[in-house]
Design a protein around this ligand. Sequence first.
Ligand SMILES: Nc1ncnc2c1ncn2[C@@H]1O[C@H](COP(=O)(O)OP(=O)(O)O)[C@@H](O)[C@H]1O
Ligand SMILES: [Mg+2]
Length: 219
Amino acid sequence: MRIVALVGQKGGVGKTTTTMNLAAVMSKHSRVLVVDVDPQGSTTWWAENAGESLPFDFAADVDPNNLARLRELPYDAIFVDTPGSLEDTAVLSAVLDVADFVILPLNPEPLNTPALVRTVRQHVQPRDLPFRILLSKMDRRRPGQLEDWEQLIDDGLKMPRFKQYVRLYAAHSDAPLQGKVVTQYADTRQNANAIFDYTHVAMELMALWANQTTTVGSK
Ligand SMILES: Nc1ncnc2c1ncn2[C@@H]1O[C@H](COP(=O)(O)OP(=O)(O)O)[C@@H](O)[C@H]1O
Ligand SMILES: [Mg+2]
């Protein structure tokens, strides 16, 4: 069992979108639970719109202090979506205390970078938690953007990132209202890349885990 925390002390970077879509891809082969500890409840709203069609289990409004108990549940992966706020370090700490892995979405907006670096240095690295930055909402119409940001993470921040990035697509921003996750997007040419991105991030994550030695049932 892996408990994955989606983290970033900044709203709007793609934590909720990434939580729902990675959970969806992984639920094709694994038993997956998504946990919403964000009082804003955007994941919960999305899950309510999906109703019965959600391909994984969902727990809303979970008290972060009860997260340790989740480890006894029969899931292969639990994704915990966290609030994006600088004030919520108590919630963040409670989640990171039980997490095995941390994903930090980063958008190509320079002003977002200091918050991410601070979160990693103050909360993730001191706990020795494996983590990856995920470049999200990348604008494919901006030549050079991807290369610049990959270089910033690799050579500037010297932090690990997913090789796969997530591009900006209307399909993703429309999905919460429709209650859809990436595995349910219409298989059209427009959606092909949007489906590809999250599918490949999930595959990279599973490959990473396959190479990590862990004791079953513990961290
Ligand atoms: N790859 C993407 N392409 C287009 N829109 C996106 C993408 N990722 C997120 N969004 C949209 O951006 C907004 C913020 O994303 P969200 O996942 O809610 O971020 P967070 O949980 O970090 O606040 C939402 O409206 C969401 O639909
Ligand atoms: Mg959110």
